[in-house]
Design a protein around this ligand. Structure first.
Ligand code: SAM
Length: 271
């Protein structure tokens, strides 16, 4: 699978993550804010697409945002600086080898990262260990199997399946949204609650048509074109037909639906 999609390094992928974050702020973040004085770890912050919203919504909290990619971190730092935010510090680190003492954080926030990890339960267990006894942990993940649209198209479903298969071959899981609850419970989190966040798009919502259907979802599938063809998963003609049909759902009579999953758990069930 292309590095571009797997880790969000490519300029177009970075733009896509920013488009996605801007379009979905209310849907994904309306119920996330941290009290003044709390210390929050954002794991896998990427280019800071969520960091800016998190830090702006909780101005009295202090965030440490980490990522394995120094290039993405530099971009995240620029994004928070230009938003005038001063409550975030960035650090290059791997979730599986974090340089923090146990119980260093009041809260942990993780968005669109678990889908890329081959050992998500281990990652959750590590992050849980960093929480203070009353701490909470929040995950947001997508699930590409939750996609349906009008006009329906088997070519479009096949193009989406290419991404699902490529991500599985790379050790990830783009159907992880539906598994958030069992994964969080397996990692020993308490009081776990998962809520589906459905994006429904028709042409009465032009910002979502452009920001989500075109620039977020279809752009993401389009981004694996070469990898899917190289892997023999689709012919160029078949893949391009699928992409054409996805763009077709952004026309005046088109409809596009996708569901994200947001899970919140507590370390000791006393949060
Ligand atoms: C799809 S991006 C999501 C970025 C951001 N959370 C967002 O919602 O826009 C996934 C991020 O996870 C990071 N990542 C992947 N594996 C990681 C690991 N083991 N430790 C830390 N970061 C990791 C990648 O570098 C990338 O920036």
């Amino acid at each position: 699978m292309s590095e571009a999609y797997v880790h969000g390094y490519h300029p177009r992928e970075n733009e896509r993550l920013q488009d996605q974050a801007g379009t979905l702020v209310d849907l994904l973040h309306c119920d996330t804010s941290y009290p003044p004085g709390s210390v929050v770890l954002e794991a896998g912050c990427g280019v800071g697409a969520q960091t800016v919203t998190l830090a702006a919504r909780s101005p009295g909290a202090r965030f440490t945002s980490i990522d394995v990619s120094a290039v993405s971190l530099a971009q995240a730092e620029r994004a928070t600086r230009s938003a005038g935010l001063t409550n975030v510090q960035f650090q290059q680190a791997d979730i599986f080898a974090l340089p923090f003492a146990p119980e260093s954080f009041d809260h942990v926030f993780v968005c669109f990262v678990l889908e890329h990890l081959s050992r998500p339960v281990e990652a959750l267990t590590i992050l849980k260990g960093l929480l203070r006894p009353t701490g909470t942990i929040t995950f947001i993940e997508g699930d590409h199997g939750s996609t349906y649209f009008h006009p329906d198209s088997s070519a479009a479903h096949k193009a989406i399946q290419c991404l699902v298969d490529l991500q599985r071959l790379a050790g990830g899981n783009s159907l992880i949204g539906r598994q958030l609850y069992p994964i969080m419970v397996e990692a020993g989190l308490e009081a776990v609650r998962v809520s589906p966040r459905m994006v429904y798009v028709d042409s009465s919502k032009p910002a979502l048509v452009d920001g989500f259907t075109r620039k977020t979802f279809t752009a993401m599938i389009e981004g694996v074109r070469e990898s899917a063809i190289d892997a023999g998963m689709a012919t160029p003609e078949a893949f391009d037909a699928g992409i054409r049909d996805l763009y077709r759902t952004a026309e005046a009579d088109g409809v596009f639906c996708y569901t994200f999953f947001k899970g919140v758990g507590e370390k000791n069930g006393r949060g």
